[in-house]
Write a protein that binds this ligand. Structure first.
Ligand code: SF4
Length: 386
């Protein structure tokens, strides 16, 4: 696989500006309308990502520039239609493909990719070895040594396993060999951690993409319209709208004390002027509009963020509240999904269900019950109702 160009395999390692100058002027010519050279290709990539969480591998010719342009275009289109779940799925697809290629890359390249995406790692020359017990084809117990040839800095390791790998106990720090600030892992595990690092790097790259201007959007409008039509056909919007077990029902009444830890955490980032991720913002907004906040109330919460832009925020919140676009009100992710994107701050699950809205309902009920108990000696309201 060494003959395949590097950036064809890992297009996220380059910026759009590295392959085209004045990208926002040139891009509409390349992807904007049906007769543009990369219009069909961009659509075909998007469709495979939506349907199979996979990136096409057109091996007929390895054009790295096209791969880089399509990679960034997918991010811009998802941003244009305000679809954070599509960004996440695209990041999963590209990082999975990178993980596939990692299997056959040499050590130096793996280390250099790790460093390029901000992971401090090194190949060890006298690696620690671990006695491994395994069964051969005949089911007979065998022993062998596993070389932990890759060192990954403790801070990088902790950061990487804090999200989607958190549920896998084999990544617990207590199960690792740690020496002088490095966690030692074998090649297979290193490749998996690197895949995870790519996922976060891609999401961050998309988050940092310049917000498309109105002019740019109007120039790629035919592509956007086609993407929206396609997503409508495959019922993408319904997929992200949780309806089962009553979760889709609105839960009225605002008692901040009853918020689940995930929402409290995002709120606290907001209140302290922090910069929550795109997904955290989406989930908080979706949560708030479902418990009775008006668009104005949600905007008031978001106004404290460092990069608040009234026009963009209003558009996004109205979209989430079902007042624009597909006209469907969104709900936050399920707890499993929150955990998979690293937005759940706890190890287990909250009581009351596996969805932040169910948990909120449950907490509200408990608060109400405790307020009604005569022995509580307090007949006043249990929480702050805004
Ligand atoms: S378990 Fe669910 S409701 Fe509780 S903090 Fe995590 S994501 Fe939020």
């Amino acid at each position: 696989m060494s003959g395949i160009p590097l950036y064809w395999k890992y297009p996220f390692l380059l910026r759009l500006e590295d392959v085209i100058s004045n990208p926002y002027t040139v891009l509409p010519v390349l992807i904007g309308s049906p007769d543009a050279p990369l219009y069909e290709k961009t659509l075909s990539y998007l469709k495979l990502i939506v349907e199979k969480t996979s990136v096409p591998q057109d091996r007929s010719f390895y054009n790295s520039d096209h791969e880089v342009i399509i990679f960034h275009s997918l991010g811009l289109v998802s941003k244009a239609i305000k679809e954070p779940q599509l960004l996440t799925r695209t990041a999963v697809a590209y990082s999975k493909r990178a993980g596939f290629f990692f299997r056959s890359e040499n050590d130096e390249l793996l280390i250099s990719i790790a460093r390029k995406i901000g992971i401090s790692a090194a190949k060890t020359f006298q690696p620690p070895r671990l006695l491994r017990v395994f069964e051969d084809e005949k089911g007979k117990r065998q022993y062998g040594w596993l070389s932990l040839s890759y060192g990954i800095s403790l801070t990088s390791f902790v950061r990487l396993v804090a999200g989607r790998l958190e549920q896998d106990s084999s990544y617990n720090l207590s199960s690792q060999i740690v020496h002088e600030g490095f966690v030692y892992v074998d090649r297979k595990r290193f490749a998996r951690l690197l895949e995870e690092a790519c996922f976060h790097y891609i999401l961050k790259t998309y988050e940092d993409l310049q917000t498309p201007s109105a002019d740019f959007l109007s120039e790629i409008q035919p592509l956007i319209t086609e993407v929206e039509k396609y997503l409508e056909n495959v019922k993408w919007w319904k997929r992200s709208f949780v309806k089962d077990r009553g979760v889709g029902e609105e839960v009225y009444g605002v008692v901040e004390e009853a918020f689940p830890p995930c929402m409290k955490k995002i709120l606290s980032i907001m209140k302290t002027g922090g910069n929550p991720s795109h997904e955290e913002r989406f989930n908080l907004a979706a949560f708030l509009v479902n418990i009775g906040y008006s668009v104005e109330d949600v905007l008031a919460v978001f106004r404290t963020t460092a990069d608040f832009d009234e026009k963009i925020a209003r558009y996004q919140v109205e979209h989430i509240a079902g007042l624009r676009g597909s006209r469907r009100k969104y709900t936050p992710y399920s707890c499993d999904r929150m955990k998979s994107v690293g937005a759940c701050p706890i190890q287990e699950y909250c009581k009351g269900g596996k969805h932040p809205l169910s948990v909120y309902k449950h907490n509200l009920k408990l608060l109400k019950q405790s307020a009604e108990k005569p022995e509580a000696g307090n007949s006043s309201s249990t929480g702050k109702t805004q």
